[in-house]
Structures are given as C-alpha cells and as structure tokens.
Design a protein around this ligand. Structure first.
Ligand code: UDP
Length: 310
C-alpha cells in the first residue's frame, strides 16, 4: 500500500508510520509540526519507504496514494484549548482536503475520530450507536464538534461519492512520544511521580477513563486500514478497563516507586465523568483485542521519559 498519514509526526501518527514501514508499505507523512515533532520520525528518515512533507493538512494538497489516514489534530485538552481555531480548521477544512485526496486517487479513507464525540456521556459504556452529549460552546467544543463535523463530512463523501471510508473513535491512548507538556493525565502523573512532586488530581478523582497502550491502538488502526469488512463502519478503539483517575494516580505511584503526595485541583469545565468503550465491533470486525496491561504500558512510558529527558 501507499499510505498518506496526516499528523504522521505526532504521538499516534509516528507509531503508525513505524508500523506501516515495518510492514513494507510506502508512507508519506504530512505534518505541520504544531504538536508533532521531528524526533518522533527520526528513525524513519533514511528509509526509502518513508517521505516527510512539512505542510498544514488544512491547505490543499494532492498525492497519489491508495490509503489516506487522517490523524492530524491537536489532541490533548491543553493543546486544543491553546490551538482552538487550528483544531477546528484541521478537523473541518483539513478533513475536506484529506477526503479530496482520497476521492481523486480512489483511495480508502480512515478518519481518526475520538471518544470526545460522545462528550460527557449519559450512558456507559459507550457503544458506537450512542449519539453523545456535547456542549457546543464549551472549552472542549473546538475538538468535539470539529471531530463530529469530520465524521459527518466523511459520511457525506461515502454517500455522495461512494468513498470507501472507516471512522475510528479513539479512546484515551498513552505511550512513548507523548509530549511532556501536553497536559494529559498519563504524562503529568508519571513525570510528577518521577520528580517526587505531588500528583495533580483534578476534581475528586472519581471521574473514570479507560487507557489503551499505543501499540494496541496502532494494531487496531492497521487492521482497519487493511480489513475490507471495516469499510463503511464506525468503530471504537481503546481499552475497556475502566478506572478512576484517583486509582490511576495510585497505580503510577506504585509502578514508579514514588513517594509523591496526591494534591487536588479544580476539575476543568465539561470534563467527562465517565468514559469506557464498548469494543464488540472492533473485536468482531477487526478481530482485535487490546493486550498490553496498564502496568506494562505505564512502565514503558516511565522508562521512555527517563531515557529521553527534556
Ligand atoms: N487529569 C488529572 N490530572 C492531570 C491531568 C488530567 O486529574 O494532571 C484528569 C482530567 O481532568 C480528566 C482525566 O484526568 O478527568 C483525563 O484527562 P486527559 O487530559 O488525559 O484526557 P481527556 O480524557 O480528558 O481528554
């Protein structure tokens, strides 16, 4: 396959590029480096199968490929608040540009959507048929509503142009190459624990998340790119091991052997109270299952941060 990966220098995008090249596919990685980092793709730069293009996915572009994986977007609440307009543009205009590349080349399209389309869900776990509970004017709206738009635009291309597309709703994912300053809970807690600083739990820590290790996620994305039965489907990808944020803080302390305290800070506005994916579709259509334990995953991230100091 020849695959365009937008956002290919980002956290998940770079792991996807690694996997595609390892499988012998040609990869064009497009990134404007607004939250991506060239260090994430350094290991690929000499490969004849890999090409990096420094460009904004919201600008027009064309390239002959047979798969388009549209991952470009700021993805942490801290990043997308800081880059709210860029986030809306890359998920609206950028999705349009990426869909046009797919349409012009007869390529299959993969949209990296998000569990955030479910907002602060009123039912749990969340199946793909749940329509969501999103505040359209809150601080997370720039991401949630833009991803909802991206899903709607992708669906319109399927209906009008007969485009072959798969929409993946990606739940909380963690792993090496998360930025130290991206503000998400896993890098924050691990870096705080390693430094012996208090772990900052927002709210009372009873809100839940379900954390998927990046290798598992990339396996799911790879299968979605290569499985015919995935075409036309919306599929949750993540890990269904739900836990409270307070429990995560305790686990991080155990795994890093840290004596850090836990400190409580205000809960951000519209912070979802519960989040857990239903994974039946991923299991049935992709034959996929997350296999990396939370302990192993957190251990790998802690090691990576220690080996890659700021
Ligand atoms: N959180 C926290 N402390 C932090 C960072 C995040 O308690 O230092 C909480 C946050 O309020 C949310 C959860 O951890 O309830 C996951 O936050 P994250 O930003 O990682 O991702 P989200 O799922 O909210 O997009």
């Amino acid at each position: 396959m020849r695959v365009l990966v937008t956002g290919g220098a980002g956290f998940i995008g770079s792991h996807l590029c690694d996997r595609l090249v390892a499988e012998g596919h040609d990869v064009v990685c497009l990134d404007n480096l607004c939250t991506g980092d060239l260090r994430n793709i350094h290991q690929l730069q000499g490969s004849p199968l890999f090409r990096f293009v420094l460009a904004d996915a919201a600008e027009p572009f064309n390239i002959a490929v047979d798969r388009v994986a549209h991952l470009a977007s700021p993805a942490s609440p801290v990043d997308y608040s800081r880059l709210a307009i860029e986030t809306m543009l890359v998920n609206s205009v950028g999705t349009y540009q990426a869909l046009e590349v797919a349409r012009k080349n007869g390529a299959r399209f993969l949209l990296a959507s998000t569990s955030e389309v479910y907002g602060d869900p009123l039912e749990s776990p969340q199946g793909e048929d749940y329509l969501g509970n999103v505040n359209p004017v809150g601080p997370r709206a720039c991401y949630d509503e833009a991803k909802r738009f991206a899903e709607a635009l992708t669906s319109s291309y399927q209906r009008i142009h007969g485009l072959q597309a798969v929409i993946l709703r990606i739940f909380n994912t963690f792993g090496p190459r998360m930025r130290r300053e991206d503000g998400r809970v896993v890098p924050n807690f691990i870096l705080q624990a390693i430094a012996g600083q208090p772990l900052t739990v927002y709210g009372d820590g009873t809100q839940t998340r379900s954390f998927c290790y990046v290798d598992d996620l990339v396996e799911g994305i790879y299968r979605a790119l290569t499985t015919d039965a995935a075409v036309g489907e919306v599929i949750n990808l993540g890990n269904d091991g739900e836990m409270t944020i307070l429990a995560l803080a305790e686990r991080v302390k155990e795994i890093t052997g840290s004596a850090s305290d836990i400190t409580y800070m205000p809960l951000p506005e519209d912070d979802p109270q519960r989040r857990q994916p239903k994974l039946d579709k991923a299991r049935n259509i992709l034959g996929w299952e997350p296999v990396v334990s939370l302990e192993d995953g957190l251990g790998s991230v802690a090691k990576w941060f220690q080996e890659n100091p700021a």
